[in-house]
Design a protein around this ligand. Structure first.
Ligand SMILES: Cc1ncc(COP(=O)(O)O)c(C=O)c1O
Length: 443
């Protein structure tokens, strides 16, 4: 569907021309980075600022305690020295304490490994897990999800399966997971919680189902906590005090947790994250590992085989930054959740602006509860499919990405990210959405 009016908030001809110059078959199916470039170009050509919701980047300053510690470490000369592959001892201890304080889970420092962002942690995990048991060669994604994880599988030449969890919440999740696990080829399952892009948060009942089945079928659960503590319906910010960030680690020992510092600590630029391997998985022995590694112990294969091959560890100074951030959080001196609460508050207002103007929230519930307000939300507009809606919204100065690239079956939906939208833009957003509604009446 194309707009019939030329009276759009962003000059119609400029947008059309820039779309043409992008030279892709369907603009709404372009990658996140292509959309970003297109919007940059339209903003430049039109002199008008967009409501930019396409990229999931932090919109806040980095945790200051990290920056200070990193500068100090650099001054001390750590840049000249190779860090230990599995992380500096001080960081490993703080990660272990953090996991205890905010998840109420015990993991030895040995299994707490810094990686070059969570992105590298995922890559290392997929690579190693696919080599642990010759009969198990496939990762299962509980979608919708972060498209780069699938890209990692493609470049590794590894297999994956996936399903959209939309119709399998609560007890229905059990049979769906069993239908995959019973085939015997799944080595691990990955999901993010809170979920990028839909912001659904699994309930404890669902996490128990996942954990129980992981035990029964010996499948490793890869829990991606990129948005740690950011289900703002509960306060997960107090160290050692319930409630704790929900986790599958309460229900199985068969897990790896990925804790990114990009969003929770606004530390994306330094590319440091944490891979937390359970004590029991770390020690697990498998002869099949010897086909690729000098050790048959999973944790050693991961560190001295995979992480060593990929990057020989993580930047030294960034490790000091993360250690200082975690220490401050562990000691209750740095409330990292309060620092990012602004995302949820903006989401609440923005979602209302969209729904007041004819849009619907696609993933709208956690079983029987309304979805939380956080970093992302999902939207649709009657009569549009996702790619058409992306293109049409460009004329109204609003950018987002299509859910179709996230493994969602709701191809009519878009993912909207709140981080880069400032409150001063809300009147503009409201005006543009009103105009959109006026130009696209819903019968
Ligand atoms: C679900 C999910 N996992 C992982 C990442 C990557 O995290 P990092 O920046 O630590 O590599 C992101 C970043 O957007 C994400 O949304």
């Amino acid at each position: 569907m194309q707009t019939t009016s030329r009276n759009t908030p962003i000059d119609f001809d400029i947008v059309s021309q820039q779309i043409e110059e992008l030279n892709v078959p369907v603009v709404g199916k372009a990658t996140i980075r292509e959309i970003k470039r297109l919007v940059d170009n339209i903003e430049k050509a039109s002199g008008k600022k967009f409501i930019r919701m396409e990229m999931g980047v932090p919109g806040l300053p980095p945790a200051a305690v990290g920056t200070e510690a990193e500068i100090e470490a650099l001054r001390r000369g750590v840049a000249a020295i190779y860090p230990d592959i599995d992380g500096i001892p001080m960081l490993k201890q703080e990660v272990s304490k953090f996991v205890k304080n905010f998840l109420d889970v015990d993991v030895k420092p040995e299994g707490c490994i810094p990686t070059v962002g969570s992105m590298q942690g995922g890559f290392a995990a997929f690579l190693t897990l696919a080599r642990m048991d010759a009969k198990k060669d496939t990762t299962l994604f509980i979608d919708p999800g972060f498209p780069v994880h699938k890209q990692q599988h493609r470049v590794l030449g590894q297999k994956f399966a996936s399903f959209d969890v939309y119709n399998y919440r609560g007890e229905a999740l059990r049979a769906k997971l069993e239908s995959f696990f019973s085939m015997g080829n799944i080595h691990s399952v990955l999901y993010s919680n809170p979920n990028n892009p839909s912001w659904i948060c699994f309930t404890d009942e669902e996490l128990k189902i996942i954990g129980d089945l992981a035990n029964q079928y010996n499948v490793v659960i890869l829990e991606d906590l990129a948005y740690f503590g950011m289900d703002f319906r509960k306060d997960y910010s107090k160290p050692g005090v319930p409630p704790f960030q929900p986790t599958v680690a309460k229900y199985t020992d068969n897990y790896i947790l990925f804790i990114s510092s990009s969003k929770a600590f606004s530390y994306a630029g330094q590319r440091i994250g944490m891979m937390v391997i359970s004590d029991s998985l770390f020690q697990r022995q498998s002869r099949d590992l010897l086909r690729y590694y000098s050790s048959d112990i999973f944790g050693r294969a991961m560190i001295f085989g995979t992480v060593y091959s990929l990057s020989s560890g993580t930047a030294h100074s960034a490790q000091y930054a993360l250690a200082a951030i975690l220490k401050a959080a562990n000691e209750g001196r740095f409330n990292f959740v309060n620092d990012v609460r602004e995302y949820g508050e903006k989401a609440k207002i923005m979602k209302k602006l969209f729904t007041d103007n004819g849009f619907h929230i696609v993933y709208d519930k956690d079983i029987d509860q309304p979805i939380a307000d956080g970093f992302y939300f999902t939207i649709m507009y009657p009569g549009f499919d996702g790619p058409d809606l992306i293109e049409e919204l460009l004329y109204y100065g609003i950018s987002a990405i299509s859910l179709s690239i996230t493994g969602s079956e709701h191809s009519e939906g878009l993912r909207a990210c709140v981080s880069l939208v400032s409150r001063t833009q809300f009147p503009d957003l409201e005006y543009r959405l009103k105009m959109f509604k006026e130009h696209h009446p819903v019968s």
